[in-house]
Design a protein around this ligand. Structure first.
Ligand code: PMP
Length: 411
């Protein structure tokens, strides 16, 4: 048995069949599957503990609090951060909203973003300031000259997307941060939802002020988002929610907030899922090997190769595999209903892929002119699945498309 097969065995969902046919999960940019150690950690908490944290002196509560705080330490170490710089929230969206709503910005704050921002980055900043988006080239790479021009406007915030969930492009964040620091004193906020699942990030080295990501996109449970914030930045951030668990003292006249990061964690958190997140980080770290990176490169090359070999398919993103994750977005002929293709790929062939605007509508409308089909691979996928996906797509398209529109277009 190969090492990769051993990885597949850790993911029980991969054993599922629909109508006797095995399934292929290629929707990893939406969320990834969960390996057994993550599922076990969650089950174990419910089977052996189940108590609330930080609220009692009894033994079960103390045990649960230790496991919860232990998970924070595991996540912090993974990022090169201190534990008090890690805020445990529900998802990337909540983390970005907390930063946008919690900074002390003037009413007309200038914010520079990227045209490939996910709605979770776009909408919170648009709500609090004047958002200007850096243009992209035809393949989705940042227009660096335009970025520099926007920096000359001395923005209050620069909200960067590390990796686009549409083009798969990983932007050169270290270089961008150096340019920002040289040009102005903007707060730098990084959306790492699509990059951290594929690469290690050291937040000290990268020198960002805030970074947001979701555990569910990196083998962890749903319901856990992480906000890293430099301690001096977090200390000045206004909490979005107030209530139990985030205060040291409440009397009839007021209250005193707890120290960071607890003041941002009002209410009972997703205890089991946060404990499961530590298991996910440990699992990912064990997979951080040269073989795994080679495998990811092969998956990416197969995805791109399949797209560029098909004249009837337009690749939304660079036609090479430099600086990108194993993800492609494909635009089919205008006459083909993309959502219907995704449904048939699943129901007739067992391929789970995504269709639509990918919560990045300005980008998808601009680059693709309509909905796309997104195929995103992860460590348990195999090159043969990607080849099978393209064969199924060819068959489907030749069957669905009006003969006139498709003649001579598909390989
Ligand atoms: N940013 C990017 C780049 C994403 O791909 C996603 C998820 N599609 C998000 C933010 C939002 O993540 P979540 O839904 O977990 O809040």
């Amino acid at each position: 048995m190969t090492a990769r097969n051993a990885v597949r065995d850790d993911f029980p969902v991969l054993r599922r069949e629909f109508d006797g046919q095995s399934i292929s999960y290629l929707d990893n940019a939406a969320t990834t599957l969960k390996p057994r150690p993550v599922i076990r950690a969650i089950t174990e908490y419910y089977e052996t503990n189940g108590a609330n944290i930080h609220r009692g002196k009894h033994r079960l509560s103390e045990e649960a609090s230790d496991a919860y705080e232990g998970a924070r330490v595991v996540i912090a170490r993974h990022l090169g951060a201190a534990a008090n710089e890690v805020v445990l929230l529900r998802n990337t969206t909540e983390a970005l909203n907390l930063v946008a709503g919690g900074l002390d910005l003037p009413p007309d704050a200038r914010v520079v973003g990227c045209l490939d921002a996910h709605h979770s980055q776009l909408l919170p900043w648009r709500r609090v300031g004047q958002l200007e988006l850096t243009r992209l080239d035809e393949h989705g790479r940042l227009d660096r000259d335009h970025f520099r021009t926007l920096l000359r406007g001395r923005p209050h915030v620069v909200a960067l997307t590390h990796c686009s969930n549409v083009t798969g492009v990983v932007h050169p964040v270290a270089e961008l941060v150096a340019e920002i620091r040289a040009a102005c004193d903007a707060v730098i906020v990084l959306d790492a939802a699509q990059s951290l699942p594929h690469q290690r990030i050291d937040v000290q080295e990268l020198d960002v002020d805030f970074m947001a990501f979701s555990m569910h996109k990196m083998l962890g449970p749903t319901g856990v988002g992480v906000l890293f914030g430099r301690s001096e930045r977090l200390a000045r951030l206004r909490p979005a929610s107030v209530g139990g668990g985030m205060v040291d003292w409440v009397d009839l006249d007021g209250s005193v907030d707890r120290r960071i990061p607890y003041r941002f964690e009002a209410g009972t958190p997703a205890i089991a899922s946060i404990i499961g997140s530590a298991a996910a980080i440990r699992y990912l770290e064990a997979q951080d090997t040269p073989e795994r990176h080679r495998h990811a490169q092969e998956l990416g090359a197969a995805l791109i190769g399949g797209a560029v070999a098909r004249p009837g398919v337009r690749l939304i993103g660079p036609p090479d595999s430099t600086d990108r994750i194993a993800l492609v977005s494909l635009r089919l002929d205008d006459s083909i209903p993309t959502g219907e293709v995704a449904r048939l790929l699943s129901d007739s062939y067992g391929y789970m892929v995504r269709s639509g605007h990918m919560c990045a509508q300005p980008l998808v409308s601009g680059m693709a002119g309509g909905e796309v089909l997104r195929v995103a691979a992860y460590l348990y996928n195999d090159v043969s699945e990607i080849e099978g996906f393209y064969q199924a797509l060819d068959e489907l398209v030749s069957w669905i498309a009006p003969t006139a529109a498709m003649e001579g277009k598909l390989a």
